[in-house]
Design a protein around this ligand. Structure first.
Ligand SMILES: Nc1ncnc2c1ncn2[C@@H]1O[C@H](COP(=O)(O)OP(=O)(O)O)[C@@H](O)[C@H]1O
Ligand SMILES: [Mg+2]
Length: 511
């Protein structure tokens, strides 16, 4: 009993903050929920990233749902990577359940069923707001990292971008990029050689092969216009609640390259467009990545180090990243070390390897006089988790086995008709779901090749004629020929893509 009172005080004091916070549930001691001993996360440290881990079926996705709902309610927009497609229910209120009432009674929190403002997005042809980006926006550095090319090939990619920049050729989609690669060693070979030195066919061939790999994973759907503006992730509804943007990635599991490409471009774009955050005491945007091992497992070393540095940098923009995965070891050490909030659901101890992992996991939590952490890790029930957050000074809050609150929205997906209603009401779908293929590098280079051929033919004809007319006219011909070579261009496009920096949004953050 004494122990219980001391524990209550320990938890309550450790979860009292100056600023606003989110309540996750109530602390548990010796398997019993201690009513009103609330476990919270201060909004102020939510940009310090986090991890939600645990075996299958222990409650990770519901924890994500709870966090998303409460952030939305505080006016903070959220972006969810929904790999299994089980989060769309956020748009409908919970039907309620006696078990939910029981849970909330134990915690000491009222239960309100509510729907939240939701926007459904997609990288492919599934229903949802289409998320796209242009090749130009990626810039040569990021494209090289994504394609995982050699240094020489990366050099060629830089030259290609420079050429397109110099010549106002918008690189929008994969078709454009392929065209210019062919051009550099084909029709445009001489022009490139004079301006930038020789480019080998072997190198462009290697780049093309990597490009095709991305294309086969659906990259042709992702690269192009209308390019998504990250500001649209920050919408607040008429009731002051943050939008919950759900990216449906159910068809992405066999396309890890595309997924990591997308993730990295999104983070880079956020990093380059969001203003530096002062001490606002609350995050601007929170991102959740369910089944996060998917991005880490298939990523190249270059890509991984890129992700690590972005995770570090993006904090200052008020953006928090939350990884949801079965095992903490799915997340690279470097990233793991930077995570502020840890919500660890039950782990299973089937094998010796499991037991070792549990020991390691337990060591990552703050010391506590109230628990044997490793033992608690295996005895937690469904919808219960060990929680440790960062307080407003950046110190860990008391470790608490927590009875998590239930989601206020539906713990199941939307029906087909609910989904199509949501989409037909969507403002963003109207903005982004138009197909456009405006004149870009592909068309312009084709035009250029045609023009060059026409001019060449004309020049040849003239030459023949002049030959007959002899000596004096020879000079003229050569001038004309030279000028035809020096006249590559083509109309100047005041396209937003060109303005949004053909050299890439990332150059300043990549060292
Ligand atoms: N916080 C919670 N409140 C109520 N029920 C929960 C909660 N967490 C988990 N559950 C129950 O457990 C089931 C599995 O949870 P889920 O989050 O899908 O597991 P995971 O993502 O870890 O595989 C849910 O369908 C729900 O019935
Ligand atoms: Mg899940």
């Amino acid at each position: 009993m004494k122990n219980k009172e001391a524990f209550f005080k320990h938890i309550t004091e450790g979860n009292t903050f100056k600023g606003d916070s989110i309540t996750l549930g109530a602390a548990m001691l010796e398997g019993k929920t201690i009513t009103d001993a609330y476990v919270k996360v201060p909004l102020k440290t939510m940009n310090r990233h986090g991890l939600i881990a645990g075996a299958t079926g222990t409650g990770k996705t519901k924890t994500l749902q709870v966090l998303a709902e409460n952030l939305s309610e505080k006016g903070i927009p959220v972006l969810l990577m929904d790999i299994k497609g089980d989060l769309s229910g956020l748009a409908q209120p919970s039907p309620g359940h006696p078990k939910i009432d029981e849970r909330h009674q134990k915690i000491g929190l009222p239960f309100d069923a509510k729907a939240f403002p939701v926007e459904i997005m997609t990288l492919s042809e599934q229903d949802g707001v289409r998320l796209r980006a242009t090749i130009s926006e990626f810039g040569p550095v990021l494209i090289s990292r994504i394609l995982d090319v050699t240094e020489t090939q990366a050099g060629i990619i830089s030259v290609i971008f420079k050429y397109c920049d110099d010549n106002q050729l918008p690189l929008l989609d994969i078709k454009d990029f392929k065209k210019i690669l062919h051009y550099a060693t084909g029709d445009g070979k001489k022009e490139f050689e004079e301006a930038y030195g020789r480019i080998s066919t072997a190198s462009t061939g290697a780049i093309l092969r990597k490009l095709i790999e991305i294309e086969q994973q659906g990259g042709d759907l992702f690269f192009g216009e209308t390019s998504f503006e990250t500001q649209d992730l920050l919408r607040i509804d008429e009731n002051g609640r943050g939008y919950i943007n759900i990216i449906r990635l159910t068809d992405i599991q066999d396309k890890p390259k595309l997924f990591s490409t997308f993730m990295l471009s999104l983070l880079a774009e956020i990093y380059s467009t969001f203003p530096e955050q002062g001490d606002s005491g609350r995050p601007e945007l929170i991102l959740f990545i369910d089944e996060a091992h998917l991005i880490f497992n298939e990523a190249s070393d270059a890509l991984l180090s890129q992700i690590e540095s972005i995770v570090k940098l993006i904090r200052s923009k008020g953006v928090g990243l939350y990884f949801v995965t079965q095992n903490p070891t799915d997340v690279p050490e470097e990233v793991l070390g930077q995570l502020g909030l840890k919500v660890q659901h039950a782990l299973r101890a089937f094998t010796a390897k499991d037991r070792k992992a549990i020991k390691l996991t337990a060591q990552n939590y703050p010391d506590t006089a109230y628990y044997d952490t490793a033992e608690v890790l295996t005895s937690l029930g469904i919808g219960e988790a060990l929680v440790s957050a960062l307080d407003e000074k950046g110190k860990p809050t008391p470790l608490a086995a927590t009875m998590m609150r239930a989601p206020m929205s539906r713990m199941d997906i939307l029906t087909k008709s609910e989904l199509s209603k949501l989409l037909s009401d969507s403002q963003l779908a109207k903005k982004y779901n138009k197909e456009i293929d405006r004149e870009s590098a592909y068309e312009m280079l084709n035009e250029k090749i045609k023009q060059a051929e026409a001019e060449e033919a004309k020049a040849k004809a003239a030459e023949e004629k002049e030959k007959l007319k002899k000596a004096e006219s020879k000079r003229k011909t050569s001038t004309r020929r030279r000028s035809s070579r020096q006249n590559p261009l083509l109309k100047v496009l005041t396209s937003p893509t060109v303005i949004r920096s053909v050299l890439g949004i990332l150059t300043k953050m990549i060292r």
